[in-house]
Design a protein around this ligand. Structure first.
Ligand code: WTA
Length: 647
């Protein structure tokens, strides 16, 4: 458990816990107002955007459906580019892109504006209309942002698929969203290698009847791309003939801006739908409240655009605020462990937003790599994706931030759109406790409750819940309303339940303790055990499978699979490799189990449910607890034998 006797740290001044407090007056006052009169409060905040038409009503709340800024009209791409080119930001860098080789490309707001307009016209020429879905399967290159904003410009709904996902995962998302156009590339570069995206795409498209057109960004100029006539086109070719201006389509605030898939507790990923107005207001304000953005900032969020952190804090919030956003294609420790620090130094990054798993990895390389670079431009840091362990927090604070940069530990989810528990450092300095994401944010009425929804006293572990709607809250799940209600609103009555355990300490600080459902968090990525098991059992050697998360020093957690084989296996080593490769190819490398154990039986309850809790305890070598519901005890002995080499 987290040690509560930790220091409170205030921008380099350490205070012993319980010492004098910095009064949180300003923040508390705003928070109180936001909860007392949300309509008035958010109505004021929404002025951070340019609206074509003001809303009739700030909030329509028909639980569990929230509709914000009803009948207000706006365009997200206008807010992220057009409005900045009218003033002094016209020639400011909107995007600074760099790759592993050190190649750089900078797009000013004006250049971004031109590219977005042209690509919006390309999409129109391909027949894309308001409300149509466009899939984007691109590496971390400026074209990914251009494509997203071009969709937003014409009211099309983008669905970005992480470029590390493989063909089945891509096809599943395209088909669920019913996307008509796919924007992709021939290759991506990672760790000095070329990864052929085209092969993956070709395989997916055998199974995607809705796709009419594919647009390829041609990167590997040494090799031609084999295009299918009438379906496939090259980005550069289409851009040549494109119009220079496309009028932004004004959409109603609750028109979907995008669909983003995330893992859930069943085999199928969930298509989280976000709105245009509420989402954009929320990400813009939370970025401002978290870090207090100014025009000198160079903001680097290391997340991939394929995840929500990339959507909200690489693309939409920074660009809406007119900030410079850094995009890096590649691994932050390649070609050497100092790569991340080099980029900060090269571009004068002022705010770094990354994940605990990355911090732990960088920490392992040693501080010489950090110290040999000039990081004096950094003024604030951020952490996201999983709870940050105090050791990593301290290293991040002391070595990277040189005790000068406060860390915003931001808790949130794909579904919440933006940060919901985070220190509002942009509003005022607040004392930080390493490992705690601090307080529920402005407009967020959060609590920790038991399974019956009763509020728990301080320091009691329970479920985190949110009791009110906020503008970044998902509109729903794409074409799956039943699942939307079930996944978020049924566990605790009248509350949004993110399915994370938490405690609230005696000072009101929230500590997130990890997932409270069958979802793993591997290096900050959500992986549904059911999804993984579903893929495992589709392998010819596998009859049944159970997946659990095993704690890992760097990744937080890694998947481990227990597999009942279909038949006697001669060469277990080879079979394991085969199955792992199969998962990598089907779901992508993040989901690949690090260990597979072949067993004859899995521990099950009498009603036939796999007891993953027991498997987890077995792998941790812990006491197994109450086994009264187990159907057959012999499964335990067998697994213990299998594990004896490892535990
Ligand atoms: C976890 C990523 C503790 C949590 C933004 C959540 C965190 C899931 C934190 C969402 C944090 C994210 N502290 N846990 N600061 N941030 N999580 O949808 O379990 O990819 O529910 O969104 O990550 O993951 P998602």
């Amino acid at each position: 458990m987290i040690n509560h006797d930790r220091l409170l740290t205030k921008f380099g001044v350490s205070m012993k816990f319980g010492d004098k407090y910095i009064p949180l007056e300003k923040f508390n006052k705003m928070r109180e107002e936001s909860l007392k009169n949300p309509e008035k409060f958010w109505g004021e905040q929404a002025k951070c955007l340019d609206w074509d038409k003001t809303w009739d009503k700030v909030l329509e709340w028909n639980p569990p459906y929230a509709r914000w800024f009803v009948n207000g009209k706006l365009n997200a791409s206008y807010n992220c580019v057009d409005r900045h080119i009218k003033g002094s930001r016209r020639n400011k860098a909107a995007i600074i892109w760099e790759n592993e080789n050190g190649d750089c490309r900078t797009l000013t707001y004006y250049e971004l504006y031109r590219e977005v307009n042209k690509f919006a016209n390309v999409l129109q020429n391909l027949g894309v209309d308001k409300g149509d879905r466009v899939a984007i399967y691109l590496p971390m290159i400026p074209e990914a942002v251009i494509a997203m904003l071009a969709c937003a410009r014409i009211g099309a709904i983008h669905t970005v698929v992480f470029s590390g996902f493989s063909s089945d995962a891509l096809a599943e998302r395209i088909n669920d969203a019913g996307a008509e156009v796919l924007i992709t590339a021939d290759i991506l570069y990672r760790r000095g290698k070329k990864i052929n995206l085209k092969n993956i795409v070709d395989k997916s498209l055998l199974d995607c009847p809705s796709i009419n057109y594919v647009v390829y960004v041609h990167r590997d100029k040494d090799n031609d791309i084999k295009l299918k006539e009438g379906r496939d086109y090259l980005w550069d070719e289409l851009m040549k003939g494109a119009k220079k201006y496309v009028k932004p389509v004004s959409v109603e605030s609750n028109h979907p801006l995008f669909i983003l898939y995330t893992s859930g507790t069943t085999g199928k990923p969930k298509g989280v739908v976000h709105s245009t107005g509420g989402y954009l207001v929320y990400v813009t304000k939370t970025m401002e409240w978290t870090w207090g953005i100014n025009d000198m900032d160079v903001f680097w969020c290391t997340a991939d655009i394929g995840w929500i952190t990339g959507h909200s804090y690489v693309v939409y919030a920074p660009l809406s605020l007119g900030t410079t956003t850094v995009i890096y294609e590649g691994a932050i420790d390649y070609p050497n462990p100092g790569r991340i620090w080099e980029i900060i130094e090269n571009h004068g990054v002022t705010i770094l937003y990354t994940a605990p798993t990355a911090i732990r990895m960088l920490m392992k390389y040693g501080e010489e790599w950090v110290k040999s670079h000039d990081l004096s431009t950094l003024r604030m840091l951020g952490s996201v994706g999983e709870p940050i362990n105090p050791k990593a927090w301290e290293w991040y604070y002391e070595v990277v931030g040189q005790k000068r940069c406060p860390i915003a530990d931001c808790y949130w989810q794909t579904e919440t759109g933006g940060h919901i528990i985070y220190p509002p450092l942009g509003i005022q300095n607040i004392p930080l406790k390493p490992g705690s994401a601090t307080f529920p944010g402005i407009g967020i009425d959060a609590d920790v409750v038991d399974e019956n929804g009763n509020s728990l006293p301080p320091n009691k572990k329970g479920l985190l819940v949110i009791k009110n709607p906020w503008p970044g809250m998902l509109l729903g799940l794409w074409k799956n309303d039943v699942r939307y209600r079930k996944a978020y609103w049924e566990r605790i009555k009248n509350c949004y339940c993110p399915s994370d355990y938490a405690i609230k300490d005696e000072d009101g600080y929230f500590w997130i303790l990890g997932r409270a459902d069958e979802v793993l968090n591997v290096a900050g990525h959500r992986i549904g055990t059911a999804e993984l098991e579903h893929v495992l059992v589709s392998h010819p050697l596998v009859a049944e499978a159970a997946v659990i998360g095993k704690p890992d020093e760097i990744k937080g957690e890694v998947p481990v699979a227990f597999v009942i084989p279909r038949k006697e296996i001669d060469d277990k080593k080879e079979a394991k490799e085969q199955i792992i490769k199969y998962v990598r190819d089907t779901l992508g490398p993040v989901a690949a189990p690090t260990m597979i154990f072949f067993v004859n039986k899995l521990p099950k309850t009498r009603s036939g449910k796999i007891m993953r809790r027991v498997l987890k305890k077995l792998i941790l070598g812990e006491d197994l607890g109450d086994l009264s519901t187990i159907e057959d005890n012999t499964s335990i002995e067998e697994i213990k034998n299998e594990l004896s080499d490892f535990v």
